[in-house]
Write a protein that binds this ligand. Structure first.
Ligand code: GLN
Length: 196
């Protein structure tokens, strides 16, 4: 059985567990760093990146999550989770996990477009993905090793770099589980290659 952990410090983590379970994998809420040893992949949910960072520090998750990624286990960051994965945040000296070579802009769609839905073409995932954006960031730039998976209005809203996946929207808030299923597949593949 493939077990996916969802970082449960803040934000929409329970909905992610539901989405993981809809794909047939096991979903667990991760509240302590020791639980990282029991999971094959990790989802970092949406919420508020600065609040989540404070809690990551409080519960001593920063280095353990970096090590989890370094060991080859996949990580999927959604919305605030994408911001936490990025190596650069526009207009800020802050970098959180910094494991993905992407430059992000927070709250990038502006006030007028605080929340909206859009149908996206996500490479290798779906050409009609129903995406919900809530005070979403977008990716301004990706490094050589990162691949753009989707754009909205010309802006990058999903990217993948090896075993790291990130998107600007909230896939856990609809019944469209296809990007979660894509992540579960990444985790299953990494499990096989890590077992060799
Ligand atoms: N605007 C939030 C941030 O900067 C992200 C919003 C979200 O996760 N829905 O952290």
């Amino acid at each position: 059985m493939t077990t996916i952990g969802v970082l449960g410090l803040q934000g929409a983590f329970r909905e992610h567990v539901r989405s993981v379970e809809a794909t047939g994998a096991k979903g667990v809420v991760v509240k302590k760093k020791e639980q990282l040893d029991e999971i094959d992949g990790l989802i970092i949910p949406g919420g508020e990146s600065t609040t989540m960072r404070r809690l990551i520090d409080k519960y001593d998750f920063l280095e353990p999550i970096r090590q989890f990624g370094k060991s080859g286990k996949p990580i999927f960051g959604t919305c605030a989770g994408l911001i936490l994965l990025a190596s650069e945040i526009d207009g800020s000296y802050d970098v959180h996990l910094g494991v993905m070579d992407i430059k992000v802009r927070r709250n990038a769609f502006g006030r007028q477009r605080d929340s909206f839905e859009a149908s996206l073409n996500i490479e290798g995932v779906a050409d009609d993905f129903n995406a919900v954006f809530i005070r979403a960031p977008y990716v301004e730039d990706v490094g050589e090793d990162a691949k753009v998976l989707a754009r909205y209005d010309g802006h990058i809203v999903a990217a993948q770099q090896g075993h790291y996946l990130a998107c600007s929207f909230h896939p856990e808030l609809t019944d469209d589980h296809r990007i979660t299923a894509h992540f579960v597949k990444m985790v299953e593949e990494s499990k096989k290659s890590l077992a060799l």
